[in-house]
Design a protein around this ligand. Structure first.
Ligand SMILES: [Zn+2]
Length: 223
């Protein structure tokens, strides 16, 4: 079952105390005939362990046409659920919040406008996964310093309530971007306000929820 990634992403200036980012594969979806991985990301910071997005843990009739193949966090023997201190949702689409229930009682940071949309708009997400028992949201308005060198930044585009996590690792930052871009060409040639904000940060790497490897500026034409 599963193949949890253990690859570490360390900055050139990163010493023992610099945060590290680890992608964890939690599912594959098959939308429109194209297999798409679903990753969550763990930030190991000296002051705590942050989980960015939670994937999904079960099937649901509303999304069975995507033929989800699941390796949920709760079934990965190497993943320490209790070791997570803080959860961040880049947004609340079903493939990003479906594991929130695993972290009942822990603070879950999401943009306020996204929480409002997920609770009020029809066919937006799987609402019972958003407000699963015990899930406690901390609504964020714009930018928030979550831990020293780890901040949340609103990046409207994919949907209006998207946010990314910017991690200072020594040198240029690393960004965990959820679906602010789904494909690399959206960062090579940014189209949305959110994508332009990400590029303006001059990141070293940008981890996307649906790509196996991080985007890097050198991977784009003209970079
Ligand atoms: Zn997604």
């Amino acid at each position: 079952m599963g193949d949890p990634r253990t690859e570490k992403s360390e900055g050139p200036g990163g010493g023992a105390s610099a945060p590290t980012i680890t992608p964890v594969l939690v599912a594959e979806l098959l939308p429109e005939g194209q297999r798409m991985p679903v990753y969550v990301h763990v930030i190991d910071h000296p002051m705590g362990r942050v989980l960015v997005d939670t994937g999904l843990t079960q099937l649901h009739p509303a999304v069975e046409d995507m033929d989800p193949q699941l390796t949920p966090l709760s079934e990965q023997p190497d993943f320490d659920l209790a070791g997570i201190d803080v959860v961040v949702n880049t947004h609340l689409h079903f493939d990003h919040c479906g594991g929130n229930h695993l972290f009942a009682g822990k603070p879950v940071y999401v943009q306020r406008v996204e929480l409002d949309d997920a609770r009020s708009e029809d066919d937006y997400t799987i609402r019972e996964w958003v407000d699963a028992p015990g899930v406690q949201y901390v609504p964020v308005d714009g930018t928030l310093e979550l831990l020293p060198g780890v901040r949340l930044v609103a990046t409207p585009g994919h949907i209006r309530g998207s946010q990314v996590v910017v991690v200072e690792t020594g040198g240029r930052p690393v960004v965990i971007a959820g679906d602010s871009a789904v494909f690399f060409d959206e960062l090579d040639d940014p189209r949305t306000e959110g994508q332009r904000l990400i590029r303006a940060l001059e990141p070293r790497e940008v981890w996307l929820a649906h790509q196996h490897e991080p985007w890097r500026p050198s991977s784009g034409p003209g970079a």
